[in-house]
Design a protein around this ligand. Structure first.
Ligand code: PEP
Ligand code: MN
Length: 339
């Protein structure tokens, strides 16, 4: 449930309600809006005497939260959350759309630094690349590990780009968080609950990918795990779901973008690379994602896709990327945004 405070409520009134809420064994999550403060009460509310809270000074009303996800829901927070990422504090979820691009994996220093320069020159705000790779086959390239993180840190220093990389295990969380700006939870780990809880302790934004067979509620409940564990900086990423269709690697469910923007205040980004599996489909899906209202894009981009150690087939080239960016800008401007 949510306790909606009256517009003039003081900090003392809010603290008083929080104390009551805690007495009933519930945890509070306070949202300071422009007009009023609301207090989301989380936990088993069967034991709560609603009347006691309703009578507290400057409480306007108490409303139940109907969605199974609570703090991620727009029932609790109407305004969209902006998440600051990278050394330049780009506000993802604001008017400007953030494009993050880079290879599937860090392969070597030259490959990554070269790509980073191109990604930055194209006008992207972030660089993506995996150092720890969750590969379907144990015989595929598994990533450079910590060596890859060091290369990512170097690329960040040289370009000022926000660096995004995946974390696959709870024991790697602290190390990964030391080197990068945004920690990615991959589709295969969307319901890896100990990892989601570990993300709650991190002081950096988390990019959570939708599991390949996850429904929207499950996706948002995974986000809720992270927020409930203490980190509200969660970015949602649609990367396609598995269907019966075979001409694509995954089916990019773009209708989820406006649906998520209706249901949650968290920023939504789209990954058309994993969402299609084919480089020739990526630019069109990037344009469509921007038109659909995405706050950002996560694109695989490799200087030499034919020789990529992973996901070459779905990687566009830096030249494709610089051709795409002005198109995205025009589409964004047509809907009152910018790139
Ligand atoms: C990736 O971003 O390279 C990746 C492995 O993505 P996903 O988890 O969406 O498959
Ligand atoms: Mn990949």
């Amino acid at each position: 449930m949510i306790v909606v405070m009256k517009p003039g409520a003081t900090e003392q009134d809010v603290r008083h309600v929080v104390d009551l809420v805690n007495e009933f064994g519930l945890k509070e999550h306070i949202i300071y809006g422009t007009n009023r403060t609301v207090i989301a009460c989380l936990g088993d509310k069967r034991m709560v005497d609603k009347g006691a809270i309703e009578n507290a000074p400057n409480v306007e009303r108490i409303v139940p939260i109907l969605a199974p996800y609570k703090i991620a829901s727009r029932e609790v927070q109407k305004e969209y959350t902006q998440i600051k990422i990278g050394p330049k504090d780009f506000g993802l979820g604001g008017t400007k759309i953030g494009v993050i691009a880079g290879p599937c994996a860090v392969e070597n220093e030259k490959q990554l630094l070269q790509t980073a320069e191109k990604v930055s020159a194209a006008g992207c705000i972030g660089l993506r690349a995996g150092a720890f790779k969750p590969r379907t086959s144990p015989y595929s390239f598994q990533g450079l590990g910590v060596e890859g993180l060091k290369i990512l840190a170097k690329a960040k220093k040289q370009t000022g780009l926000a660096v995004v990389t995946e974390v696959v295990a709870v024991e790697h969380v602290e190390t990964v968080a030391e080197y990068v700006d945004v920690l990615q939870i991959g589709a295969r780990n969307m319901q890896h609950y100990p990892l989601l809880e570990a993300m709650g302790k991190v002081k950096k934004p988390v990019l959570l990918k939708r599991g390949m067979s996850a429904q929207l509620d499950e996706f948002l409940l995974a986000a809720e795990y992270i927020i409930n564990a203490g980190n509200s900086q969660v970015i949602l990423c649609e990367r396609g779901i598995r269907t019966f269709e075979e001409y694509v690697r995954n089916t990019l469910a773009l209708a989820v973008v406006p649906e998520l923007k209706d249901k949650t205040h968290l920023p939504v980004v789209v990954d058309p690379s994993h969402g299609t599996g084919h480089a020739h489909l990526v630019p069109a899906m990037c344009r469509a994602a921007v038109a659909a209202g995405a706050d950002g894009l996560l694109i695989e981009c490799h200087p030499d896709p034919e020789h990529a150690l992973s996901d070459g087939a779905q990687s566009i080239t830096p030249a494709n990327l610089s051709e795409l960016m002005p198109q995205l800008k025009k589409i964004a401007q047509a809907i009152g945004r910018d790139v």
